[in-house]
Design a binder for this molecule. Sequence first.
Ligand code: SF4
Length: 726
Amino acid sequence: MSEFIKTLCPYCGVGCGLEVSPPAQQGKATHRDSQGNPIWRVRGDKAHPSSQGMVCVKGATIAESLDKNRLHYPMVRDSLDREFRRVSWDEAFDTIVNRLQTVRFTQGPEAICMYGSGQFQTEDYYTAQKLMKGCLGSNNFDANSRLCMSSAVAGYIQSFGSDGPPCCYEDLELTDCAFLIGTNTAECHPIVFNRLEKYHRKNRKVKMIVVDPRHTPTAEAADLHLAIRPGTDIDLLNGIAHLLMRWGHIDTMFIEDCTSNFSAYAEVIRHYPPEVVARQCGISIENLETAARYWGESQRVLSLWSMGVNQSSEGTAKVRTIINLHLMTGQIGKPGSGPFSLTGQPNAMGGREAGGLAHLLPGYRLVKNDQHRAEVEDVWKIKRGQISANPGLTAWDMITGLENGSVGLLWIAATNPAVSMPDLERTKKALLRSPFTIYQDAYYPTETAAYAHVLLPAAQWGEKTGVMTNSERTVTLCQAFRQPPREAKADWEIFAEVGRRLGFVKEFSFANSAEVYAEFTQLTRGRPCDMTGISHEQLKTQGPTQWPHPKDEGDKGDQGAKLLPHPPHLPHSKRLYTDLRFHTPDGRARFGAYYSKGLAEPPDPDYPFVLTNGRLYGHWHTQTRTGRIEKIRSMHPQPFIEIHPRDAAQLGISENQLVEVRSRRGQANFPAKVTKAIAPGTVFVPMHWGALWADNAEANALTHPESCPDSLQPELKACAVQLIPV
Ligand code: SF4
């Protein structure tokens, strides 16, 4: 066996390949953590096509989190004011199954909810769908991807007829113009940014435009930074479209042959002349024109976006408005161009493939579609009509369901909603009302564990073998290289055992995760995300593989890419829509016509500042892992609030002074960081600090749950606040 075991970084959606070697093979130089545990050695996998050996600090230090604060045994308590007592798995399973049956028969299956995670491997996701949607008859499975990527999902489906990012990372190194909007790629997707920045530095004709209210490290590298007012993205995008139309930079043939609804869109963008747009966005007309010129004069334009676009009450409209620009200029289906959502979590893409949101079924199918439900029921060998035709409760619906008593059982796995949900006081009060909460996680304590009746210890990265798909549709096998500690089990094994104890013995007779994956890929046959040619064995012997990859297909790469001289160091990646046929009934991509609505909660005299929030380079989400890694803690020792010097002077706030931030829902305190990186009238706080890591510095104490009507994704990115120096 090779000294190194191949796996994938379990943090962000870039999906960097890693190689891991055991402590025993490091000889005298074996590293140990502060508790004396030997640390596994991690390095980038040079053979991984997505990352080519690169890793950021999170990937490089991941092994240090393996043995710290792990949950080792199932634990149960009768009520939240009691202590947990350790129980056997048998007793824990009996408790859960009894409760599931009771709730199912007294309140109905729709009273059962599961809230999962983009940290799941695809096998975990898939088994959870089969248990919830197939066997229990409840579509109430939602994942934290609802807070992350659901606007991108809705946007792709509405514009192209199917989910699925059309681009690949190779496009970063083939584009003439990179348009980054609502993404601090340098900190949140560092290896994608490394590839783009290196290429941009070497090719001075290549343009980089960054749209962000903050002057981030990403904006620092740009040729043009548009620091628009929060909530004016659609104004800007329609304003660019207006100029492209005025200057004739549109692809008339593509619009006529490959799209629909252009006239409605053209009518909307008529109302976005540069004078109006520049004023609305708070930028100069000159900069707006420069952005439109860069776009219009480029042969190949690549758009990148993430949470700054998705986490919005008009998130789907924003995604579609980005896609509109690509459709009107024919910038799709060819190398170096297209709309490219950067996924937040390592396997949110796999979750979408496996149907891991309340309105989805495996294989990019929809709960509402009769034929889709029948196809899934046939593969699951359950009776027709067993899967409900009603989309289930989303993440926030589960909170309101706890408030109104319609949720009888909540099962949370691999996520920490007591920090990450909006309107945290309300969320916590709702969690306190839960009649029965199962919390399944690798770590203890976490903020959410305080709201659980049952704790189930989960295996994590390196302790279970399974598959993850990254932002460019590359599927990688994450191989186990150590045993789970004490009694921890893989998430899919826990779901399967509960299924068997509920009487679905044949349905959950998987011997291992390879069998789970094999059944899942059957459900992708003939679908846009066809993975029937992918198996654990194939991934192990041939390495990471992009979908679509139907059975018997060799790794041909993308035909479009071969039209251009191909850099020898790049793999031939696969793009979607190279034949310019889309998954809509008429094969045409649809323009979406949207006027800007702005923020759900704009600033006003009582709450005059817009609060925005985001990630820092080193930390991940709610610090469940990264908060336990010394190197990362020392990089980011404390939370802070960025305030523009003009605002700070007006309020009498000095550097490091504590600032009380109040919204209509709650308050939190942060030391001030006075900086011109943030625009006047806007403030920024990092999202990582929950109650375990700092006293009263939770960003989500302030945010609100107003959501996009199409994606049902909450507007976590912006709310109105007031600032009071303490
Ligand atoms: Fe992991 Fe993302 Fe960093 Fe790559 S860029 S090492 S996937 S956190």
